[in-house]
Design a protein around this ligand. Structure first.
Ligand SMILES: Nc1ncnc2c1ncn2[C@@H]1O[C@H](COP(=O)(O)OP(=O)(O)O)[C@@H](O)[C@H]1O
Ligand SMILES: [Mg+2]
Length: 323
C-alpha cells in the first residue's frame, strides 16, 4: 500500500558563504539520506538533540524547504516540483504547527480571523458567516470556547495559544500535520493535555502526524513509530514500544537513559553520560557520525559508510554492532 507520506533519501545541504564575493566556504550537512514513511492515522516521531536536522526535515515535508536531493511523496506523488494549483492542493492537505505560538500567531489578528485565514486562502466556505461558523466548530474541536473567536492571542495562555495554532492547521481539513516542537515550550502538565488532544484529533479525524521533539519522554505516548536522528543521519527507527523497551543504537540508549524514571522500582539503570560535544555539522565525522562520542566505537566505525541493518521486523539501525 502506498504510504500517505514517504521521504526517500531526503538530503539538505546549506552552503556557508563568506567574504564579499560570497564564496562557498563549506557545507552544512543538515539532513543526509533520510528515509521514512507515515501512514494515514499514524504518528511518526523524529527525535534527537538540537541541531541534528529535525526541523529541516520537517520543513522539507511541508515543502518550505526544497531537498538538495531525495524525494518527499504524498500518496506516492513527488511534491518537489509542484507549482500553482497542485502546490496549493498540497498545502491544504499538509499543515504545520510550530513551537512558539507567540511568534507564529499574528498578534493583531483575532483568533477567529487566524483560523479563517487558511479557509480564505484555499477557498473554503461560501461566506464570511459560514467560515466563522466553521472556525467556531474547529476551535471547539481543540477545546476553545466560542467567545475566543473575537479575542487576541495575547489574551490566552501558552497551552491555549497552541490549541489555536492547531485549530489554524485544522482549518483546511488536512490529512497530515507536521508538529515541530509543538509542546516543547509548555509546562509538563500542559504538554500532556496537548498530547492528549493530538491523540484525540488523530482518532476523530484520521490525521497523520510527523511529531518532532528533542525530548524522547515527550514522544512516548503519542508515537506509533520513532526515528532517532544524529547529525543529519537517521540512526535508528522502530515501533515506539520496541524502541523504549529495547533501544539498539548506542545513541538511542544514551538518549533514553537521560529520561528521569518516575517509578523508583524501575530505577537502577545507569545513566549513560556522553562525552564531548556534538561535532559541527559542516564537518561531520567520517564513518559513523556518532563515533566521536560512542562508548562502543571501534576502529571500523571511523571510516566508510555505515550500512543500515534490519535486526527485527519494522526495525532499522545504522550501527556496525548489528551488521
Ligand atoms: N537556513 C539554514 N542555513 C544554514 N544552516 C542551516 C539552516 N537551517 C538549518 N541549518 C543548520 O542545519 C543543522 C540542522 O538544523 P535543524 O534542522 O534546525 O536541527 P534541529 O531542528 O534538529 O535542531 C544545524 O547545524 C543548523 O545550524
Ligand atoms: Mg528544530
Amino acid at each position: 500500500m502506498t504510504p500517505l507520506v514517504e521521504c526517500v533519501g531526503l538530503t539538505r545541504h546549506f552552503p556557508i558563504r563568506s567574504g564579499v564575493f560570497g564564496r562557498t566556504a563549506g557545507v552544512v550537512h543538515a539532513v543526509d539520506d533520510v528515509s521514512f514513511h507515515a501512514d494515514r492515522g499514524e504518528t511518526y516521531s523524529l527525535v534527537g538533540e538540537s541541531g541534528c536536522g529535525k526541523t529541516t526535515t520537517g520543513r522539507m515535508v511541508i515543502r518550505l524547504e526544497k531537498p538538495t536531493s531525495g524525494a518527499m511523496r504524498l500518496d506516492g506523488e513527488d511534491v518537489s516540483n509542484l507549482t500553482g494549483k497542485a502546490l496549493s492542493a498540497f498545502r491544504r492537505r499538509v499543515q504545520a504547527v510550530f513551537q512558539d505560538p507567540f511568534s507564529s500567531l499574528n498578534p493583531r489578528m483575532t483568533v477567529g480571523s487566524i483560523v479563517e485565514e487558511g479557509m480564505l486562502v484555499h477557498g473554503i466556505g461560501h461566506s464570511p458567516s459560514e467560515r466563522r461558523e466553521r472556525a467556531k466548530e474547529i476551535l471547539a474541536l481543540t477545546g476553545m470556547s466560542p467567545d475566543s473567536l473575537d479575542r487576541f492571542p495575547h489574551e490566552f495562555s501558552g497551552g491555549q495559544r497552541q490549541r489555536v495554532g492547531l485549530a489554524r492547521a485544522l482549518s483546511t481539513g488536512p490529512d497530515f500535520i507536521v508538529a515541530d516542537e509543538a509542546v516543547s515550550a509548555l509546562d509538563v502538565s500542559i504538554q500532556a493535555q496537548i498530547i492528549n488532544l493530538l491523540a484525540e484529533l488523530r482518532e476523530k479525524l484520521g490525521l497523520g502526524y510527523l511529531f518532532i521533539a528533542h525530548d524522547l519522554a515527550v514522544v512516548k505516548h503519542l508515537s506509533d513509530r520513532v526515528g532517532v536522528m544524529y547529525l543529519g543521519h537517521l540512526m535508528e527507527e522502530a515501533p515506539a514500544a520496541d524502541l523504549f523497551r529495547e533501544p539498539l543504537h548506542p545513541y538511542t540508549k544514551a538518549l533514553l537513559s537521560a529520561i528521569p524514571e518516575p517509578d523508583p522500582a524501575k530505577r537502577g539503570k545507569k545513566r549513560i553520560i556522553l562525552s564531548g560535544d556534538v561535532p559541527r555539522s559542516d564537518r561531520p565525522p567520517a564513518g559513523c557520525r556518532f563515533h566521536t562520542r560512542c562508548p562502543e566505537a571501534t576502529d571500523r566505525c571511523r571510516e566508510g559508510d555505515i550500512p543500515e541493518s534490519h535486526p527485527a521486523v519494522g526495525r532499522r539501525v545504522r550501527c556496525l554492532l548489528y551488521e
